[in-house]
Design a protein around this ligand. Structure first.
Ligand code: COA
Length: 376
C-alpha cells in the first residue's frame, strides 16, 4: 500500500511537531530563543542566563542564576575512569569520535541514571553541559602531552573552559567573546542533530543516548563539521588576494564552499552577522588576515552564487583567533548546542509520542526465494 503524503527529500520545510524553544524566521533572517532575539541575548545576557532560559523557559532572577552557576560548577569534575579513558585514545583519533564515545561512557557513571523524574532529567542536562566542557579541555591537554587541569569553581562557564584548556585565566574580553559564541550556538530549532536527539528521546531512551545520537549527527560536514572545513579553506587561501582564484577553482570543480548556504535562511544567518563582528574585533586586537580573507570570500560568494555565510563561516576565524585548534571547532560547537539538545530532549519527554515516519518503497516487486545452489 502506498501512503500518499510523501514529504520532500530532506524533509525540507516539513513541520513535524511543535516546540516552545526557538523561532527561526528564515526570510527575515531572525532567530529568537523563547521570544528573546539572539542579538539581544548575545549583547546583554551571559551563557549561563541563556542556558537557564532554554532549560527552564524564562530568564533567571538573581537567586535562580546563582543556583544554576553553583549547580554547573558542582558538576565540573569528571570521573577518574573517564580521564583514564581519554588517556587511552590514540592521538590522531577524531575529536568528535572521542567526544561521542566519552559522553556515551559518562552515562555509566551517572549517579541517578534510572531516575526519570523531571528534576532528575534537569540535573542530568546540567551535568552533561558542565562535564562536556571538562572532557573537551581534558582531551586537549592529554592530546598535547600536558597535565589535565582541574576545573575552578570561581570561574564562569566560558572562562573555566579556556582556563582548563590553557592553564591561564583568559582576559575578560576574550572570555566574553567565547561566551557570546556559546550563546549563539546554543539552539537552532530542529536542525539535524537536534532532530536526531528528539528521535532517540522519543523511544524513551535516556538523555545520554539522545545526546550521543546528536553528537554523531553534528559531526558531519553538512552540519557542525563545516566550521573545520572553513578553517582549512582559510589556511589554504592564506591571503585575501588568493580568494578569488581559490573560489574559481572550487566552482569549476562543482564543489561546495563550506560555511555558505542554509536550509532555512533565505538571507544572511543572524548568527553569522554577530560572528562577523566578533571576527573583526579579534582581528583588530590580534592582527592577521583571517577576517579579511573571510570577508573577501563572503563578497565573492554573494556576487557569484547569491549565497550568504552561515553560522560556521565566521565562527572558524573567531575560534582560530581565540587560540582554539581546528580539530576542536566541532566539539566546542557541541559543548554549546548540548544546551539546546537537552532542552529539546526534556520537551520531547514532556509530551512524547514515538517519532516513527514511513518510507516510500521503491524496491523490487515481490519475488520468491531461490536456493543458493540455483542462483546464477
Ligand atoms: N557552496 C556551493 N553551492 C551551494 C552551497 C555551498 N556551500 N550551498 C548550497 N549550494 C547550492 C547547491 O549546489 C544547490 O545548487 P543547484 O540547485 O544548482 O544544485 C543550491 O545551492 C541548493 O542547495 P541544496 O543542497 O539543495 O540546499 P540544502 O538546503 O539541501 O543544503 C546545506 C543546505 C547547508 C547543506 C548546504 O548549503 C551546504 O552544503 N553548505 C555547505 C556546508 C555548510 O556550511 N554546512 C553548515 C550549515 S549551518
Amino acid at each position: 500500500m502506498r501512503i500518499n503524503n510523501t514529504a520532500p527529500k530532506g524533509l525540507e520545510d516539513v513541520i513535524i511537531g511543535s516546540s516552545s524553544l526557538t523561532l527561526i524566521d528564515g526570510r527575515a533572517g531572525r532567530l529568537s530563543y523563547r521570544g528573546y532575539d539572539i542579538s539581544d541575548l548575545a549583547e546583554n545576557a551571559t551563557f549561563e542566563e541563556t542556558a537557564y532560559l532554554l532549560l527552564y523557559g524564562n530568564l533567571p532572577n538573581v537567586q535562580e542564576l546563582r543556583q544554576l552557576k553553583k549547580n554547573l560548577s558542582d558538576e565540573r569534575e569528571i570521573p577518574t575512569q573517564l580521564v583514564e579513558l581519554l588517556k587511552g585514545f590514540p592521538n590522531d583519533a577524531s575529536a568528535m569520535d572521542i567526544l561521542r564515545t566519552s559522553i556515551s561512557a559518562l552515562s555509566i557513571y551517572d549517579p541517578d541514571l534510572h531516575d526519570y523524574s523531571p528534576d532528575a532529567m534537569l540535573r542530568r542536562a546540567i551535568r552533561i553541559l558542565s562535564k562536556m566542557t571538562t572532557m573537551i579541555a581534558g582531551y586537549e591537554r592529554i592530546r598535547n602531552g600536558a597535565e589535565v587541569i582541574p576545573p575552578r569553581a570561581d570561574l564562569d562557564h566560558a572562562s573555566n573552559f579556556l582556563y582548563m584548556m590553557r592553564g591561564q585565566v583568559p582576559e575578560p574580553v576574550v572570555a566574553r567573546i567565547y561566551d557570546k559564541c556559546l550563546i549563539i550556538h546554543a539552539d537552532h530549532e530542529l536542525n539535524a542533530s537536534t532532530f536526531a536527539a528528539r528521535v532517540t528521546a522519543s523511544t524513551l531512551s535516556d538523555v545520554y543516548s539522545a545526546v550521543t545520537s546528536a553528537i554523531g549527527a553534528l559531526k558531519g560536514p553538512l552540519h557542525g563539521g563545516a566550521n573545520e572545513g572553513v578553517m582549512e579553506m582559510l589556511e589554504e587561501i592564506k591571503v585575501p588576494e588568493n580568494a578569488e582564484a581559490y573560489l574559481k577553482k572550487v566552482f569549476s570543480e562543482k564543489k561546495r564552499v563550506m560555511g555558505f548556504g542554509h536550509r532555512v535562511y533565505k538571507t544572511i544567518d543572524p548568527r553569522a552577522t554577530i560572528l562577523k563582528s566578533l571576527s573583526k574585533e579579534l582581528a583588530t586586537k590580534n592582527g592577521g588576515e583571517w577576517f579579511e580573507i573571510s570577508y573577501k570570500l563572503e563578497e565573492i560568494m554573494r556576487a557569484e552564487k547569491n549565497l550568504s555565510p552561515n553560522v560556521d563561516f565566521y565562527a572558524a576565524s573567531v575560534y582560530h583567533m581565540l587560540g582554539i585548534p581546528t580539530y576542536l571547532f566541532t566539539p566546542i560547537f557541541a559543548a554549546s548546542r548540548v544546551t539546546g539538545w537537552t532542552a529539546h530532549i526534556l520537551e520531547q519527554y514532556s509530551d512524547n509520542r514515538l517519532i516513527r515516519p514511513r518510507a516510500d518503497y521503491l524496491g523490487h516487486p515481490p519475488r520468491k526465494y531461490i536456493p543458493l545452489t540455483q542462483r546464477k
